[in-house]
Design a protein around this ligand. Sequence first.
Ligand code: ADP
Length: 534
Amino acid sequence: MSYNLRFKIPNLSYLRNICILFVIYFLTARFGLRLDAVSGFATLVWIPTGISLIALLLFGTKLWPGIALGAFMVNYLNGASVPVAVGIGVGNTLEGVLGAYLLKKLASFNPNIESLQDALSLIFIGAMLSTGVSATIGTLSLLLGGIIASQVYVSTWVAWWVGDMMSNLILVPFLLTWRNFPTATKDPKRILEIVLLVITIIGIGIVIFTPVFGSTIKSSPLTYIAYLPIMWAALRFGPRETSAATFLLTSFAITTTIFGFGPFIQRRLSESLLYLQSFIAIISTSSLLLAAAIAERKVLEKQKDEFFSIASHELKTPITSLKVYGEILEERLRKKRFKEIRFATKMNEQIAKVIVLINDMLDLSRISVEKLKFNYKKINIGKLVKRTVADFRYMTTTHTIQLKGDFKKSVMCDEERIGQVLINLLTNAIKYSPKAKKVVVYMQEADGKVVIRVRDFGIGIHKKEQVNIFKRFVRIGGDNNDSPTGFGLGLYISSEIIKRHGGTIWVDSQEGKGSTFSFALPYFLKISLTSFLT
Ligand code: ADP
């Protein structure tokens, strides 16, 4: 006879993880309580709350015994009776389990905090809701155990709740976003910017929070400067860098307040705490939301760029074959003198337009991933302008194109790309001056640069619209059916090309009278500061 004995032996790595969580929880709680003994600051930021939420979020709620044991032991060793220590342990464990469970199941929380939904759910569920459970059960245990009097129940509850909340607002985003160490960037401009950002945070921290510059006036308005580097981090980097910036800045604020400096110091400790905690709460929630919103936008932009890239690549092959067949067809019809040749010609004109649009889409996706390639050479730009104008004279039947001025010196540039800019400006000049008969191209030298202008006598552009004209997808008149077709990409791509040559592009225009689009190129390449900042 055999018995089927089913003992479930917990697996070793599970036990090890519980032990690790227990040790970390226990040590950080002891540290918090010791700090409290020194200055009454334990409730300022209760680190174990953040630790337990992170652990349960990343490794599963099954690790709860680590927290229960840690919370019980800390409170028991701190002098609480067994029932009180058990009560606090239950409250702290439920806080972490509930927070992690709701964040995962209800909010499908992504620990990278790259969307507004992630940031909002961390603030409301993680920082505000789950912490209320621990505060309620913990303070009730203290009350029932006779450790606190009923008169201080509410203030104790608030201090408990806010301390736990601070931890989930500062520590959780910081540790979650840095849980995988990023691959170091090799881009020198990026490294320089990070160094500048860190120096700025430290500088601002010293000015606002320390007495070094004698500026720790009570409630100094200077405190608001603290938002600048946080916004910088959110706008130019991501949630990871923003949470690090917030962490650094709030650490400054906490440490200096503990030592009795800074704009938050008031006569009573509880008042100082309140000031400091509201500063931390506002700065950490706003930075979380801003960084997440911007990260979300970047993800959507990336998806759109990928779509453009795939769509344009997929369209390019069939349209190129169509072009070849169209040309063969036109050639054969011409040879046989068929009158239907005009249909083939029209068809090829339309195909050529589609190819321009597809090339614009390809360029756009290349610009987005910084893969627009340039082949810089010294060329005679005068010759390039003359050749392009000659091609246009051959193609347009509606406008005459005049060429004024000349330019003999050589300029360092990418011939094909500068040709593309010229073609775009000439196409627009013709497209947006349907009632005019001429377009004028000027070549001249000004301030040691070569300047090329394309002037038309068409519909012109309203002053208000001129500032946006070089942005992508901007089309004046929007989707108006009467306006000529286009994606609103040509000028954006042209300005990127000119910028990459260290040059400038601009427009002078009067509505109803016409526009002059000009660009200036230096003789030698110099990459402008604007290309670095955009
Ligand atoms: P597209 O012409 O394909 O729409 P562009 O980026 O070349 O895109 O131009 C953006 C917008 O700027 C156009 O939609 C048009 O409204 C305006 N624009 C460009 N060139 C001219 C011009 N020469 N005259 C008047 N409006 C112009």
